[in-house]
Write a protein of this length. Sequence first.
Length: 492
Amino acid sequence: MAIDHTRAPVLEALADYHRKGRLTFAPPGHKQARGADPAVREVLGDAVFLGDVLASGALDDRLTRGRVLERAEELMADAVHAEHTFFTTCGSSLSVKAAMLAVAGPHEKLLIGRDAHKSVVSGLILSGVEPVWVEPRWDAERRLAHPPSAAEFEAAFDAHPDAKGALITSPTPYGACADLREVAGVCHRRSVPLIVDEAWGAHLPFHPDLPSWAMDAGADICVTSIHKMGSGLEQGSVFHLQGGLVPADLLKTRADLLGTTSPSVLLYAGLDGWRRQMALRGEQLMGGALDLAADVRARIEKIDGMHVNDRDDFCGPGLAEDFDPLPGVIDIEALGITGYQAADWLREHRDVNVHLSDHRRIGAQITHGDDRETAGQLLAALEDLARAAPDLRPASRVEVPSPGELRMVQARLPRDAFFGPAEHVPLSEAAGRIAAEMITPYPPGIPAVLPGERLSEPVLRYLRTGLDSGMNLPDATDPGLETIRVLGRDAE
């Protein structure tokens, strides 16, 4: 296919569908908004329904002979220097599972950074893959995890030479990046693939001042959420492939196993349009975002009690390899309040939503969709927060474990523990028992407890004090954390 990034095959096919006035006697049942509830149409607008057509049999013909989606994926692959790209409308939570299943199967080993997202753990539960956990690089002062080093993966492979590959998360939701080229080298010296969960890195290929991205660093599979730092709609995700260690048809088969048979053309259109936007104007747009972020960061530094984590905080010996400044992670410990309190106050009193929040930080990401006006609103809200902080109730203390206390022993495979016979015990009696559920502070979504881990008092205390302080634990079976689901005594 001739590469012409001014084209957008999905958007063009959708425009053609409307121009020809095609009449469909097939799903979706709203029939181009005509059957939708008037109140829904008023809130969403008819454009949403007009873009909601079948991918095959409407956007393309019954046998997809127009190759609409394939052409869009080929253009995306070219834009980001991949050999193959696959679109999915089920989010990167699906994409990363498909990548894992393409590399390892039931009872086979996969090296995984322990700072992985909960979707990776879900993949382990569904697949029966045996995780070999690779420790992140812990910043004990800031109580923060950075991606594991290449040396940690080297040691893990030496201990588990039968591992089928490795998975690393980079960037983290905090903007910390791994040395992907070195980690890929560790894998390739053993002729096994590297998967990169780069959900937070959709923007990285489009400006030279941003950290290197996975395909350029030599990774085999890269998973990217276009909705996080790009212009796609929520759940719009792509996974990219290069090299010969993972066959393209195998990866596609694994994705088909998990994906929907009713993909959203709306999401496809968002992915296609974002690729065209970035291919044509990406460096300009990302350059503007970087300049704006630099200004915002400098002005936040002048607010008493606030510090924006920067390269000097996150990078160095024993820490991250590189740093993305756009997530805008603000340490507010000096204000005497938690990130949970700050996030709630900003939403309630200034109608400003932030991304992540933890015991001492909030994340205010800047993208190419921001401008001086939105930045000004953010800064004004943060200044107001600093003034209001002394009047907020004293923050209850979150007892964050030390790095050594945070890691628990994986006593059973996640799949075996999750599906095994289980019981609920009081939290006060759970230490020493094997967890049969996943418990995840969210966002950013990195589980503190995995099925199969032997529970420890420091981690349980962290979750209890975190919940009391406003931590969100959406996947705990008991939302109040009075009890916890553990493997039955007979199964331990």
